[in-house]
Every structure is written in structure tokens, then in C-alpha cells.
Design a protein around this ligand. Structure first.
Ligand SMILES: Cc1cc2nc3c(=O)[nH]c(=O)nc-3n(C[C@H](O)[C@H](O)[C@H](O)COP(=O)(O)OP(=O)(O)OC[C@H]3O[C@@H](n4cnc5c(N)ncnc54)[C@H](O)[C@@H]3O)c2cc1C
Length: 377
């Protein structure tokens, strides 16, 4: 059949057959590509993304390098059991170590600032429950962290209407844009082709190759294909246990006397906040409208904006007339389980999706595992 959309030159370079093709240039996909190319230097490795550089959570998250807050861990333990939760914590820990060794802390502005879980006065029951279970949680963390990971405390001066807080020892904040930029540069330096503006719409098999179609009418042929499409996966594969969940983020105007340095969690991580220079980032609130936020459409809502602004004004050590001056949203991939889906879906087609709210911590590890799976098939 005559190809009308690409030149001979494009077909023999960007669109030349690849050994491995990854869909998704986020933290999972790019780490998979880095590992594929490192372990198989002569292989042609291509990454396609629908965005210019990536349209997913990796460029839009809050940049917490974290292992979990007490209320989140206790809720998960109640649901899935201690062993399962601690194996996820171990994954987060290993993933963060690997991310730091690959990117380097300065390149992504990683600061181990420590964290806080804050309990508003209305969350007295949760505060008491955490108090009852803190020594048990610390015992679970003893093999990972020297000293106590969690310490009960009274709220910092300046925090208002709180019943208590827990200090989290090992936790950091980083710049996700710089993290991803560095990972993209690493991949390109190894010879990976990262091609933006290519929304994959489907594929079919042609002999031993998989032919991938994109919205613009281009085709790409590969021997093995990996999907690292996280919350967007339902557009490509309908029967996997992964759905999108939008997460909204707001940034305040500059706060000249902002001295508060740690990361902040509230209510099982449904609210989170951190500083960026002299500004405060706050995000979350999707539990207010679980159905409405089950979408991969970008956007913010008045309801969640008002809720988060009221939280800042009511509880945080900032002026009462503080305002937001920018916002964005990102798409999580979630499902009935917290662990990612990592497997071969059909011959030579693989998936590493459903990174939940912890992809900064585990994305490097999951990407590497995807690469190993693709290499060993
Ligand atoms: C607002 C927000 C705050 C968060 N905060 C934190 C945090 O502080 N700490 C933490 O550990 N985690 C956090 N997360 C979660 C974390 O960002 C994600 O788990 C992680 O980035 C997932 O990485 P990924 O590479 O698997 O997916 P993504 O980064 O979502 O990448 C998937 C890529 O696939 C591409 N794609 C999808 N479909 C197609 C298609 N059909 N064709 C071509 N390309 C396609 C997308 O454009 C996208 O670039 C947060 C997430 C959000 C949304």
C-alpha cells in the first residue's frame, strides 16, 4: 500500500523499525527506555508520547519524595494487611534510591526536608488512632530508617485549629520538571529516540512486527511494545484494572515571610502542600467529588479550589487573605489495588501502568522492571 503521510526520509529514520517501542515518556517509560538501551546498546529504542515532551503526571505532580504518611499507611494496612503495605514502602524506598543514583539530588533539586502530617481539630479520632499505632509503625520502618520515622508532636506555632501533628523523618521535595528533563537527556544521550506529538490510537500485527498507528496518520513498527501510559491506559486497553483520577494543584502568590520548610500531608494524603521558593503549592481534594474527578480531562474546579483555599486560610501559617495565582491538574492512574500492573498482556506487548500517587518514588523501579520483562520475553 502506498504511504501518503510520511516521506521516505522519515520512514527510514524516525519511523524506522525499532527493537523496542515504549508508549509514554513519563518517569516509567523513560526509565524503561534508559534500561533497555543500557542493557542492549545496539538495539533501536523509541519512545512515543502524545504530548510535546509528556502529558502525564510525571510533569504535573507535587514532587514529594515520600514513603507514606501515618493515616495513609494505616488505612492501607486495614485494607491490604501490614505485609503488603510494607512491601510497597520498600518499593518506594528502593525506587527513590535508584532515582537519586540515576539523576543525582542536585539535578532535581532534591532536599530531604522532612515531612509533617497535620491533624485539623475535626480529625480528633484519626489523631488518636495514629497515636495508638505509632510505635507499631515505627517498628515496621526500623529495617529501613535509622531512628524513628514518625514522632507525635503538637502543631507548629502558626498552624491553626489543629489537634496535633506527626513529624516524618525521611521525606523530601524535588523539582519534577528538572527530574524529567534530566531523565530525557540521559535517554537521548544513550541514543533513545523520544518523539512527541504522537498520540497512539491502536496497533495490529504484521508478521513478527507490531504496527502502531498514531492520530496524525503515522505508523511505527516494532518487535516489542511497552505501554507506560498510566491513567490514560483505558483509551488503549479496555479491560485492565486502571482508571484515571484527576488531581488539582494550586500555587499561592509569593509569601515574603514563608519560613515553613517541610512537606505537609493531611487526611490520608487527600491534601498535600509544600513550598516552592516563597510560594506554597497545595493539591488534592479529589475525595470531594470522586465521580467528577474520575477523568483524564485537564482542568480545575471551583469546588476544589474553594475547599483548598479555605484549608490554607483556616489552618496554615500564612496571611488570612492569601490568594492562589496559578493552577494545573494532572492524571493519576488508580485501580482497586495500590500496586502497579506490570506484565505481558499478549505476545510482545507489555504494560507498566497504575502508578497511583507514588510514581515519583516507584517510577524508576517500575520502568526498570518493564525493561527487564521486555528483554527477557
Ligand atoms: C497532581 C499530582 C500530584 C502527584 N504528586 C506526587 C508526589 O508528590 N509524589 C509521588 O511519588 N507521586 C506523585 N504523583 C503521582 C506520580 O506523578 C505518578 O504516579 C507518576 O508520574 C506516573 O508516571 P508514569 O510515567 O507511569 O505516567 P505519566 O507520567 O502519567 O506518563 C504517561 C505518559 O503516557 C502518555 N500517553 C498516554 N496515552 C498515550 C497515547 N495514546 N499515545 C501516546 N502517549 C500517550 C502521556 O502523554 C504521558 O506522558 C502525583 C500525581 C499527580 C497527578
Amino acid at each position: 500500500m502506498i504511504n501518503h503521510s510520511s516521506s521516505y526520509w522519515e520512514l527510514s529514520t524516525y519511523q524506522a523499525n525499532s527493537d523496542f517501542l515504549i508508549i509514554g515518556a513519563g518517569i516509567t517509560g523513560i526509565n524503561a527506555a534508559i534500561t533497555l538501551k543500557s542493557m542492549s546498546p545496539s538495539a533501536r529504542v523509541v519512545v512515543l508520547d502524545k504530548g510535546s515532551w509528556g502529558d502525564g503526571a510525571s510533569f504535573r505532580n507535587a514532587g514529594f519524595a515520600c514513603l507514606g504518611s501515618p493515616t495513609e499507611l494505616l488505612a492501607d494496612m486495614q485494607e491490604d494487611g501490614i505485609e503488603a503495605v510494607m512491601s510497597i514502602v520498600q518499593m518506594r524506598w528502593n525506587g527513590l534510591q535508584r532515582l537519586v543514583s540515576r539523576v543525582g539530588a542536585p539535578a532535581m533539586e532534591l532536599v530531604w526536608c522532612g515531612g509533617t502530617e497535620f491533624f485539623p481539630s475535626t480529625h480528633k479520632d484519626a489523631w488518636e488512632k495514629v497515636g495508638d499505632h505509632l510505635s507499631q509503625l515505627n517498628k515496621q520502618f526500623a529495617s529501613l530508617i535509622q531512628g524513628e520515622q514518625f514522632v507525635c508532636d503538637v502543631p507548629d506555632p502558626g498552624f491553626r485549629q489543629g489537634v496535633g501533628q506527626v513529624r516524618i523523618k525521611t521525606e523530601g521535595r524535588l523539582h519534577p520538571g528538572k527530574m524529567m528533563h534530566h531523565l530525557h537527556q540521559l535517554a537521548r544521550g544513550l541514543g533513545v529516540d523520544i518523539i512527541g506529538g504522537q498520540a497512539v490510537t491502536g496497533w495490529e500485527r504484521t508478521g513478527s512486527l507490531i504496527q502502531i498507528r498514531t492520530q496524525g496518520g503515522q505508523t511505527f513498527h516494532t518487535h516489542r511494545m511497552g505501554m507506560a501510559t498510566n491513567g490514560f491506559t483505558p483509551h488503549l486497553v479496555a479491560d485492565l484494572d486502571v482508571v484515571p483520577a484527576r488531581n488539582q494543584v494550586f500555587l499561592t502568590e509569593e509569601i515574603p515571610d514563608l519560613s515553613w520548610d517541610h512537606t505537609l500531608h493531611v487526611d490520608q494524603g487527600y491534601i498535600y502542600a509544600r513550598r516552592i521558593g516563597q510560594r506554597l503549592l497545595i493539591g488534592g481534594g479529589r475525595n470531594l467529588d470522586p465521580l467528577g474527578e474520575k477523568t483524564d480531562e485537564p482542568g480545575t474546579t471551583k469546588q476544589i479550589e474553594a475547599y483548598l483555599l479555605a484549608f490554607v486560610r483556616e489552618h496554615l501559617p500564612v496571611a488570612q487573605n492569601i490568594r492562589f495565582d496559578s493552577c494545573w491538574s494532572g492524571t493519576l492512574g488508580v485501580g482497586t489495588k495500590k500496586l502497579p500492573i506490570l506484565r505481558e498482556l499478549e505476545e510482545n506487548i507489555f504494560a507498566a501502568v497504575r502508578l497511583g500517587g507514588m510514581g515519583v518514588a516507584i517510577g524508576t523501579l517500575v520502568g526498570d522492571d518493564l525493561a527487564h520483562l521486555m528483554l527477557s520475553a
